[in-house]
Design a protein around this ligand. Structure first.
Ligand code: C2E
Ligand code: CA
Ligand code: CA
Length: 548
């Protein structure tokens, strides 16, 4: 009892009221311990005086951190080291994991027998450093790390790896199983990559960053992982084969922004996954050269956005009513021109930029400028014309999107029923429930949504059953050369007939000639768009078009 009183006295001296910083002190012999009140409160501990605290606290440690935690404590108590200093995740009373830094020291008597274990726990808040599914560091942490390297002028190599058949796994086995597959792969990735840091790069993409490993070593690691993915993953007794793609960048140019390195790496990864079947030639010198050019260009694009979108402009391409062949509206498309790069097509840069946080700002700039011009110069003459703008999935994902978009419409006092949103579905993991809600939100604002590039994405027909869209735009790849290709005619006819039966509005894009128009005419599309009617024109010229 005497010792306990002494312990309590020492504790009172140590305990401080710093928010998020706690103190613990335990008597090793009796197992009796004291904890700051704030800590008891935050973690829902039974009391500020606990017997067997070691066991109780260990229960709060994240399962993935538990082995490290146990090892560190064993090292301290066995006398191998003197102090415990560890960052790990601990579960608070709400069941959320927060990151904590725990520092403790063993106090020994003259015979070296451990008497007390005392220390502090600093609470860093919700453990956003770690990705929920994989337990790897998050994308945000990756960007921070790259920024630090840039600042320190530290050379490094970065390998991006992605799983490209993941949508199939999700479809066949369900999300929960899919998550287990990702977790299994993430653990393997950690095993294979000593001398490197491993991050989640969002969804089914990963990044391996190393200042030690050479590109050739990263390439070998990738090859081994690709084999592992193909042959050796078993989840809940089921063997699944995952297909990987990769890109690799050597970073030695510190003028290049960390976001640029990131976007460039992802772009290279997508090329590997969707155009090269995961081929390792993503690592060839030629790609590295190409990748360097791309880095410079991406950096220039980003700087343009930061300079109030200087260098960006808009064009409108007319949309024609199929029945009357008269003007129905236009689609806004972005352009970028800057010395010494000249005109760069959005077909090239949108996909690179999409994952970049700055893309969101560009998207708002596009929407605002297109809508303002339409309201002030087009609707004043032709109040019946519709404006279509393109939105990417990544734009919708931003938490501010709804607020920003609704504000824009309100500020410009734009008639919502004259606005159409074209949604591109370039990404691999689409959360259908999320998309559905966003489309319902658009509807609540009075805005119709259509699916763009229909037929090129994933399970397009299936999407139509779930998403409350008002129409589809059939990608031009379906109609190019359609007059000579009987199979293309069959596919286009099938899609159009099906969409019609679902009551959807159908736009055919890429109508380059009267021949194409005639080939699709009988199928019953609602609108046409293409060079046959007009190329996209600078917005000021739109109002001068003959059919306006
Ligand atoms: P998209 O939305 O499918 O846009 C149609 C593309 O087809 C445009 O290319 C247009 O210039 C082109 N096009 C129009 N008629 C014809 C034709 O008869 N024949 C051929 N061969 N092409 C035709 P563009 O402007 O280069 O845009 C490429 C893609 O970049 C767009 O494809 C869209 O996915 C993306 N994009 C463009 N502007 C924006 C934007 O403001 N926001 C977003 N998120 N994406 C945009
Ligand atoms: Ca479009
Ligand atoms: Ca298209």
């Amino acid at each position: 009892m005497e010792e306990i009183t002494l312990l309590s006295k020492v504790f009172e001296i140590l305990a401080n009221n710093n928010k998020g910083s706690y103190v613990f002190l335990s008597d090793i012999k009796t197992g009796y311990s004291r904890w700051s009140k704030e800590c008891v409160e935050e973690f829902g501990l039974p009391s500020d005086r606990i017997e067997d605290a070691g066991l109780i606290w260990a229960e709060h440690v994240h399962p993935s951190d538990r082995a490290r935690y146990d090892q560190s404590l064993e090292d301290v108590f066995s006398g191998r080291t003197d102090s415990h200093d560890l960052v790990y995740r601990a579960r608070n009373k709400y069941g959320e994991y927060v990151a904590v830094t725990c520092r403790g020291k063993v106090i020994r008597d003259d015979d070296n027998t451990p008497l007390f274990f005392a220390g502090t726990i600093i609470n860093h808040g919700i453990a956003s450093e770690y990705d929920n599914v994989t337990n790897l560091y998050t994308k945000e942490k990756l960007i921070e790390t790259l920024a630090d390297y840039k600042e320190d002028k530290q050379r490094y190599n970065i390998l991006f790896i992605g799983i490209y058949n993941f949508i199939d796994i999700n479809n066949v086995y369900g999300y929960e199983f899919g998550n287990k597959v990702i977790k299994n792969f993430a653990e393997k990735l950690l095993e294979y990559t000593d001398d490197a840091e491993v991050f989640s790069a969002g969804g089914t993409k990963f990044a391996v960053v190393s200042t030690e490993l050479k590109l050739s070593q990263l390439k070998e690691i990738y090859e081994e992982l690709a084999d592992y993915g193909r042959y050796s993953i078993t989840v809940d007794g089921t063997h699944v084969a995952i297909m990987l793609g990769a890109s690799c960048t050597e970073v030695t140019n510190f003028a290049v922004d960390e976001h640029t390195v990131f976007s460039n790496g992802l772009r290279g990864l997508e090329e590997s996954m969707y155009e090269k079947h995961g081929e390792i030639n993503a690592f060839s010198n030629s790609l590295m050269d190409k990748s360097h050019e791309r880095l410079v260009l991406l950096n220039a694009l980003r700087n343009s956005i930061l300079e109030d979108c200087d260098g960006f402009s808009l064009v409108f391409q007319p949309v024609i009513d199929a029945e009357t062949e008269s003007l129905k509206g236009a689609e806004a498309l972005v352009r970028w021109k800057k010395d010494p790069y000249g005109n760069v097509s959005p077909a090239d840069f949108i996909a690179w930029l999409e994952d970049d946080p700055l893309f969101y700002d560009l998207g708002l700039w596009i929407a605002e400028n297109a809508m303002r011009f339409w309201k002030e110069n087009v609707l004043t003459v032709r109040p019946d014309l519709n404006l279509s703008i393109n939105l990417s999935y990544t734009q919708l994902e931003r938490s501010n999107f709804r607020k920003d978009f609704a504000n824009l419409i309100k500020e410009l006092d734009f008639p919502a029923d004259r606005l159409k949103v074209e949604l591109t579905e370039r990404c691999t993991i689409l959360d259908k429930h999320f998309l559905r809600n966003e489309i319902i939100f658009m509807k609540s604002q009075g805005i119709d949504t259509i699916i763009d590039d229909f037929g090129t994405g994933f399970s397009a027909m299936e999407l139509l059953l779930v998403l409350p869209v008002s129409g589809i735009k059939i990608d031009r790849s379906f109609v190019s050369g359609i007059a000579e290709d009987i199979r293309k005619q069959a596919v286009a006819e099938a899609i159009i007939t099906c969409a019609q039966k679902m009551g959807l509005h159908i736009t055919v894009e890429g109508v380059e000639s009267g021949i194409i128009r005639d080939a699709v005419k009988s199928f019953g599309a609602s609108s046409y768009q293409g060079y046959f009617y007009s190329v996209p024109v600078p917005i000021e010229d739109f109002v001068k078009l003959p059919f306006m």
